[in-house]
Design a protein around this ligand. Structure first.
Ligand code: PLP
Length: 423
């Protein structure tokens, strides 16, 4: 459920009309809904109400990479969420948004010594290590600083997530985690190293998961591993079950499992684990909470279907070109008539195509459209290809709204390059 609805025939974000935002800020622009973010956080918390997770309850660490806007993160920080970060930059952003260090988990296969120092200086909750060499580096960094690093190993359970290959992370040929069969050896190695406090285990098998079975299979393997690790003498206090729950993009497709069903599955599988559970949801919190608002520049005749050329492009929203992702495209002021069209951006790449042969609300030049479900992996992946300014972001809250990232002038982009002395 989201808070983007028609009022008097015009699409609104909560109580704010999208044409008003387009008028004031220009297009393309990302628009987020506070009420939708808050609702999704509440739904996710409620879904976990019955899981066994010790006195502290589960730690919900929002996956910052899904939407790192400071205002979006601060909205979640105010609701008690922590952060799952995958770089020093994300760690600093989470802290700048008011997320407490002791609710921050650091994931990723390529943490550098500098990023490890930052995590240790801040005093984060846990490092999720993805290899033995990474454990060795962290041990060295922690020892040099005279501190101890709380760690878990991310385990690669060799479970096929059934999602797009580029967002599938739990197969044995994927770069992520320590292979399930190597897990005991990795813990043994970490125990030999100075400066590491072994805390737990972690797993994350992929994103936009639309079936609970692969997650269940992965979590069952983690349960078995926890028992094996304890039998071998390791104290396991945390189990991080990652993120990955899918969201509906295409209204014609079955709705992915709801958080409540996910929570019930987790509750069943993790019963008796006697750990604090950590969750790293990203998309399920912010996906439906954002749209990309764009204006139709012109409609060009095609051989079969017309091309609707909009002012948003693959640099603003990469998911279609990167993952063949499907985004619903709707008129801000629908007339009730439909057309079949190819929807494309202005960039000089054939990959700059949002939709082919899409049956959609009919549009004319100057009309506003939105790409729905663009709150996750949208603005965060935007870039300046074709010397296009970075997409601005707006946050709506009831009848209020604010620019939470200003449109960067193209002049700033040009000024960022400097000439060498010989030119
Ligand atoms: C990307 C990522 C997530 C979040 O995935 P979603 O599908 O957005 O929920 C969680 N944990 C890790 C380690 C990730 O890389």
């Amino acid at each position: 459920m989201d808070h983007f609805n028609l009022k008097d025939g015009v699409l609104h974000a909560e109580d704010v009309s999208l044409p008003a935002i387009a008028e004031a800020v220009g297009t393309p622009v990302y628009v987020y809904s506070t009420a939708t973010i808050e609702r999704h956080v509440e739904v996710f918390k409620a879904a976990l109400a019955d899981v066994e997770s010790g006195p502290a309850g589960p730690l919900i660490a929002f996956a910052v990479k899904a939407n790192p806007n400071r205002a979006v993160l601060a909205t979640m920080a105010n609701m008690g969420l922590g952060a799952d970060v995958v770089s020093g930059g994300e760690l600093l952003r989470a802290r700048a948004a008011g997320m407490p260090a002791d609710r921050i988990v650091f994931s990723g296969v390529g943490k550098t010594a500098e990023e490890m120092r930052l995590g240790l200086t801040e005093g984060i909750f846990q490092f999720n290590l993805e290899s033995e060499p990474e454990a060795e580096m962290l041990a060295e960094v922690a020892t040099a600083m005279g501190v101890r690093a709380p760690v878990a190993f991310r385990i690669n359970p060799n479970v096929i997530a059934g999602t797009h290959a580029k967002i599938s992370t739990g197969g044995s040929e994927d770069k992520f985690g320590v292979a399930y069969d190597r897990a005991l050896a990795a813990y043994a190695r970490a125990t030999e190293l100075p400066g590491l406090d072994i805390r737990g285990v972690a797993v994350h098998i992929g994103s936009q998961l639309t079936d609970l079975a692969p997650s269940r299979a992965a979590f069952e393997k983690i349960g078995t591993l926890i028992a094996e690790l304890r039998a071998a003498g390791y104290s396991i206090a945390t189990a991080d079950l990652g993120g990955g729950l899918g969201v509906p993009y295409d209204p014609a497709k079955p709705v992915p499992p709801l958080p409540a069903a996910y929570g019930a599955m987790v509750s069943e599988v993790t019963k008796g684990w006697n750990v604090r559970l950590v969750f790293e949801p990203g998309r399920v919190i912010v996906g439906n909470a954002g749209v990309l608002l764009s204006r139709v520049i012109r409609v060009k005749q095609g051989v079969t279907d017309p091309f609707v050329i909009v002012d948003a492009a693959m640099n603003d929203l990469m998911r279609p070109s990167l993952y063949d992702a499907w985004h619903d495209i709707v008129q801000v002021s629908p007339t009730g008539t439909a057309m079949t069209a190819n929807v494309v951006g202005p960039i000089c790449e054939s990959g700059d195509t949002f939709a082919r042969k899409r049956v959609m609300d009919s549009v004319e030049p100057g009309d506003l459209v939105v790409f729905k479900t663009a709150g996750a992996y949208g603005a965060t992946m935007a870039n300046t290809y074709n010397s296009r300014a970075l997409t601005p972001e707006v946050l709506v809250n009831g009848d209020q709204w604010a620019v939470v990232r200003a449109r960067q002038p193209v002049e700033a982009l040009i000024a960022a390059d400097t000439l060498p002395p010989w030119i």
